[in-house]
Design a protein around this ligand. Structure first.
Ligand code: ADP
Ligand code: ADP
Ligand code: ADP
Length: 213
């Protein structure tokens, strides 16, 4: 399966991508995770991406598209993939379509996670992430077994720089202006499946599976 998850920051894309990718035995490709790993590793890519990420703006398309092209060319992505956080605007979606056409393939489904902005702000302000494995938690809604530590690696959880209130507001504006038009784009392509991303993580997973099968 070749699938994309779309939804505002905090909709639960990373949470669901992790669960679905493991159940479907396909790699999860999260552009945000790859950028953050490169920022913390101090790579050239990380240096190019950092200022945009800290402001809550999109990293320029040429940088992002080249990174995704490399990632999808890796062997594990030949069986399929679940994209989390890419594409983020219509030009990226056009580029993805071209990349897949070059590989003689295409997307199977785009899953839209719908949730209102008040809920998103609550989710993002309580989000905590594992620096080792990228697993995300929430201080209230999805707490780790031991406070402040990742369940399977024990690493100290951290709060993302861009999960501060002002940056959250800006990211939501970027979503409305640049990413939301993808919903119509994929509807026209006949690929869109939309679900409510509210309720428990398990309830959302069940809806997601029913929608993409
Ligand atoms: P998986 O979920 O299969 O482990 P990821 O896409 O999360 O795959 O990649 C794992 C790690 O490998 C990332 O966190 C990142 O550090 C690195 N990585 C993967 N692809 C790239 C890339 N194209 N450019 C730079 N680093 C990458
Ligand atoms: P969220 O979990 O809030 O949806 P991500 O982890 O997907 O956020 O992305 C964090 C940041 O990484 C974005 O605000 C942006 O700066 C950058 N980024 C991630 N994916 C893309 C993309 N497809 N295009 C441009 N920038 C991206
Ligand atoms: P995204 O990748 O779309 O930005 P995340 O998967 O990182 O979203 O989730 C954002 C925050 O919301 C995290 O703290 C996560 O633990 C929490 N979360 C995810 N799904 C749910 C849910 N169904 N109910 C409540 N909180 C959730």
């Amino acid at each position: 399966m070749r699938a994309v998850l779309v939804g505002p920051p905090g909709a639960g894309k990373g949470t669901q991508a992790q669960i679905l990718a493991s159940e479907l035995s396909i790699p999860k490709v999260s552009t945000g995770d790859i950028f953050r790993a490169n920022v913390s590793g101090g790579t050239e890519l990380g240096k190019k991406a950092r200022e945009y990420m800290d402001r809550g703006d999109l990293v320029p398309d040429e940088v992002t598209n080249a990174m995704v092209k490399d990632r999808l060319a890796q062997d594990d992505a030949a069986v399929g993939f679940l994209l989390d956080g890419f594409p983020r605007n219509v030009p990226q979606a056009e580029t993805l379509k071209g990349m897949l056409a070059d590989l003689k393939t295409h997307l199977d489904v785009v899953l839209e996670l719908r949730v209102d902005e008040d809920e998103v702000v609550k989710r993002l302000s309580g989000r905590r992430s594992c620096p080792e494995c990228g697993r995300v938690y929430h201080v209230e809604y999805d707490a780790p077994k031991s406070e402040g530590a990742c369940d399977h690696e024990g690493a100290a959880l951290y709060q993302r720089e861009d999960d501060r209130e002002e940056t959250i507001r800006h990211r939501l504006k970027v979503y409305r202006e640049q990413t939301a038009p993808l919903v119509e784009f994929y509807e026209r392509e006949g690929l869109l499946a939309t679900i409510a991303a509210t309720g428990s993580v398990d309830a959302v997973t069940a809806r997601a599976k029913a929608a993409i099968e």
